[in-house]
Design a protein around this ligand. Sequence first.
Ligand SMILES: [Zn+2]
Length: 377
Amino acid sequence: MLATIRRSSVISLFALAQAVSPLALAAVPAKYKPDAVAPSTPDTVERGFISYQTPPILHVKDGSTVLINTVSHGGLTEDPVAFFAKADIPAKDVLPDAIAIAKATKAGKWASDAGFGGHVLTGPIYIDGAEPGDLLEVRILKVTPRTYYGVNGVGPGGVAPKVLTERDQKVIKFDTKRGVMLFAKGVEPKMRPFMGIMAVAPSPEVGKVGSRAPGPFGGNMDFRRLTAGSTLYLPVFNKGALFVTGDSHAGQGDGEVSGNANESSMAPLLQFIVHKGEGKAMHFPWAEDAENYYILGMDPVLDKAADSAVTETIHWLHDKKGMSLSDAYHLCSVGVDFSVSQAVDQNLIIYGAIPKATFTKKTPYWATAAAPKAKKG
Ligand SMILES: [Zn+2]
């Protein structure tokens, strides 16, 4: 066993094994057998904030794969069974983890953190050897739904706040076999499961932060490209990196315009790899998948987020591909797509997608070399 459990002495290995739903385990290919499992119980999650002071729930070695159970805040009212019953979801299909976390919330477990937000975050996971200034590579091997439903909220908010006067919560079921959301009869958007929040703890100088606004530490990026087969790169600010994740989505469009996605509980299987000293010059996380490099820029004002993304992309091309700043700016204009990751999370994100096909010299990528082919939905 590569992992040791810290935070709560009541978690036995037996409980850990029980904490993973059969659905999650069945969907993980044998070659991706996790080295460790992180459960999502009231003792292994926090609600609404990220802090370097939260004691780790797991210690893992550099290179470990970890299956992390998460619980969505979607439908996590005082009584999730009653909430989902209104959408004809039987009590047996509501995650016991969700019920336990709802109870703990009602009992005041996170009362002193009120105002930070409602996200449920599993972790932190301590990665041995990670230190401030390092780069944490997070390979997203698999993102497995723990249920067959999620929730999207709309109302007088989000990007178009004047359209509606009332709030509406829509439970959206999905068909994991066909990879589609059953939105309405004849309307079946593709599932694109990913974690809305993946983060390391911000530095002690920054301190405890609310989970809503993303930042250099990652966080609530709501970046829909981070599906299975992608890789996220985060700068490390604390010993052990202190990784947390949550806010999983069965599907979300660029922009996340209503303020949330199809909020649904997932169990991501992630691999953590530490690169010594490579995080020092990073301003923001960046990512890649088989098709593209993704360079993120952030700012509370959308225009400035665009400036940030273009500036970061120019410097990335300069640093990683050896281009002059002027050539990099040319390339951004003629061959890079800039899109909105999310326009609703206080610190807004624009990202540049640089097609890997741009470069005639091919660089090997783990997901194309080793991973099983992604199922087409
Ligand atoms: Zn979300």
